[in-house]
Design a protein around this ligand. Structure first.
Ligand code: HPA
Length: 289
């Protein structure tokens, strides 16, 4: 395993490059999942930095994820959008795939908003449901904090009793209701390694384990954010609902199409919510600036 010092040096290099191109790192960071990347287009005065130009950032291998760091203002709030993310199934360790977030956290980011496309396990969900994540189960056989700890970044054994900041979950629920989102739920997200999708038996198991939705991302980033002391809001866009007793094939093209449809709901919710995130000092400034 890479020495902690070498990893830290690579994170610092990425952070320094980002600051040189876009100025101070915003307090608010968004990571958007499959079919949900258009929030970046909403930023005012954007500075767009392709991942390929940022030292030590991984290179995206997934077609539905364009790789750019976009820094600008969203609803008046200075925001960094990681447009496109990296996955364990692409072959990266979770430490490697969280380097982009780590470089922003090391630069002072305070709040993470993370979204993903997920399969619904809760039979009460419908395709298009937005699930505000209140807890997770990590079935990815890796942890981004594995190996020597960098004490300046966070503790060796971070507490995960409230990984998803309860105040942000409640604020997101209220914002979603104000924005008229039809299907809005709370729930537990389970991360599996992928890339193969769940079998009916695995689906039954995950549901019995207490998960409401399943996907292949998010948990590594949330662990890094919690380690860094960031507040976290997670939202799953439920693209399909899997019934173990009446299982139908899960097709990636359908997942992407359903996610794109639900992206409009997610966008409305986030645009409603962002001013509050900013007002709470997420961007390091006071409300409305
Ligand atoms: N399983 C895992 N990941 C997913 C799914 C699913 O059913 N839908 C969208 N991402």
């Amino acid at each position: 395993m890479e020495a902690a010092e070498d990893y830290r040096r690579r994170v610092e290099e990425a952070r320094g490059f980002i600051v040189s191109r876009a100025g101070e790192i915003p307090g608010l960071v968004m990571i958007l999942g499959t079919g949900l990347g258009d929030m970046a287009a909403r930023l005012d005065d954007p500075v767009v930095i392709p991942y390929g130009e940022i030292p030590n950032f991984p290179r995206s291998t997934v077609e539905s994820h364009s790789g750019n760091l976009v820094i600008g203002r969203l609803a008046g709030c200075r925001t960094a959008v990681l447009q496109g993310r990296f996955h364990y199934y692409e072959g990266y360790s979770t430490r490697e795939l969280t380097l982009p977030l780590r470089s922003l956290a090391a630069g002072g980011a305070r709040t993470l908003v993370v979204s993903n496309a997920a399969g619904g396990l809760n039979p009460g969900f419908v395709p298009g449901t937005l699930m505000i994540i209140t807890d997770h189960i990590n079935f990815i056989p890796d942890n981004p904090l594995r190996g020597p700890n960098v004490d300046e970044w966070g503790p060796r054994f971070p507490d995960m009793s409230a990984a998803y900041t309860p105040e942000l979950s409640a604020a997101a629920m209220a914002a979603g209701i104000r924005a008229g989102v039809a299907h809005l739920e709370y729930g537990t997200y389970c991360a599996i390694p992928g890339p193969s999708l769940e079998t009916p038996a695995e689906t039954r198991f995950l549901r019995q384990a207490g998960a409401d939705a399943v996907g292949m991302s998010t948990v590594p980033e949330v662990i890094v954010a919690v380690h860094s002391g960031m507040r976290v809001l997670g939202i799953s866009v439920v693209s399909n609902v899997n019934d173990p007793d009446n299982f139908v094939p899960i097709m990636i093209d359908d997942i992407i199409a359903r996610s794109r449809e639900a992206a409009a709901d997610l966008e409305r919710l986030l645009l409603e919510l962002v001013p509050e995130l900013c007002g709470n000092g997420a961007d390091g400034s006071s409300a409305g600036t």
